[in-house]
Design a protein around this ligand. Structure first.
Ligand code: FES
Length: 62
């Protein structure tokens, strides 16, 4: 989960949509980066770089 400078929380699943590794928040780039194959996602989970081609889930996490 990422909280921006306005205090808005951006909840996204940490499960990469490629093959399911867990993404890590990259504070410098303000992105979610996957350590497995290098996919990157913005703070709302949209794909920045593949190989993943679909956004991180934003469904309510349980
Ligand atoms: S599992 Fe994330 S890039 Fe492959």
């Amino acid at each position: 989960m990422y909280r921006d400078e306005d205090g808005t929380v951006h909840p996204v699943s940490a499960v990469c949509t490629h093959i399911g590794c867990l993404v890590d928040w990259n504070d410098g780039e303000q992105s979610w980066d996957c350590p497995c194959h290098g996919s990157r996602f913005d703070c709302d989970g949209e794909v920045l770089d593949g190989p993943a081609n679909s956004a991180l889930s934003t469904q309510q996490l349980e």
